[in-house]
Ligand binder design. Structure first.
Ligand SMILES: *Cc1c(COP(=O)(O)O)cnc(C)c1O
Length: 209
């Protein structure tokens, strides 16, 4: 199936109000162009350097395109990230909040963010622990960041439903608007549990090379 057909099928499986983020990490420019030609405008990338290499050209004559950083961000790359991306979805520490605030002041580019929540409380995973999310939200807002919502990646080896339910409850409790959850294997389930956007890579572009 073509990328255009994949997008059509994924869209058809989602309620209209749920945004589809095309995850284009490790996807080359010709395949990304196919997605753009099929009408896809919002993309997710995991690595600052890779995105800096690909996107300036890809988006050059298309002002509708938005690229979100969905991979972990190191504080020392905050300035590069603020220059390239339209939203940072992986804010998970006070250190990163401060680095992003400084980077936005310095560059004059004020972009919104999401907080990444370690919803399964996994030791090796990035994300703020659920019980510290409200405090980090307060810190981020006080620093002047526009926090639009939360994102999570549930544990790989478990039924994601309880984690989706938990993240949606946090979004509501904190009175946020964006709930970013669900990937190729479970985007329909995530939408059912209140995702406002899903991040789909493999099911849209095919296996990553
Ligand atoms: C790679 C990635 C995705 C997409 O994963 P697929 O299973 O290929 O759909 C979504 N979210 C994040 C944070 C990712 O790193």
């Amino acid at each position: 199936m073509s990328i255009g057909e994949n997008i059509k099928n994924i869209r058809a499986a989602l309620p209209p109000q749920v945004a589809l983020i095309a995850v284009s990490k490790k996807v080359d420019a010709p395949r990304i162009r196919e997605a753009i030609a099929a009408g896809q405008t919002v993309f997710g990338e995991n690595y600052v350097q890779e995105a800096a290499g690909k996107w300036p050209t890809l988006r050059a004559d298309n002002p509708a395109i938005r690229v979100h950083l969905i991979g972990h961000l190191q504080s020392n790359k905050a300035e590069d990230a603020v220059k390239i991306f339209d939203r940072i979805d992986t804010v998970d520490s006070e250190k990163l909040v401060l680095a992003l605030t400084r980077a936005m002041e310095k560059t004059g580019r004020h972009i919104p963010v999401l907080l990444e929540v370690n919803i399964g409380r996994e030791e090796q995973k990035a994300g703020v622990m659920p019980e510290h999310a409200a405090a980090l939200l307060g810190i981020a807002r006080k620093a002047g960041l526009d926090v639009q919502g939360l994102m999570c990646i549930p544990p790989a080896d478990k039924d994601p439903a309880p984690y989706f339910i938990a993240l949606r409850a946090m979004v509501d409790e904190l009175k946020l608007s964006v709930c970013s959850m669900g990937m190729s294997a479970d985007y329909e389930l995530a939408a059912k549990h209140g995702a406002t956007e899903v991040r789909v890579g493999t099911a849209l572009f095919g296996a990553r090379g």
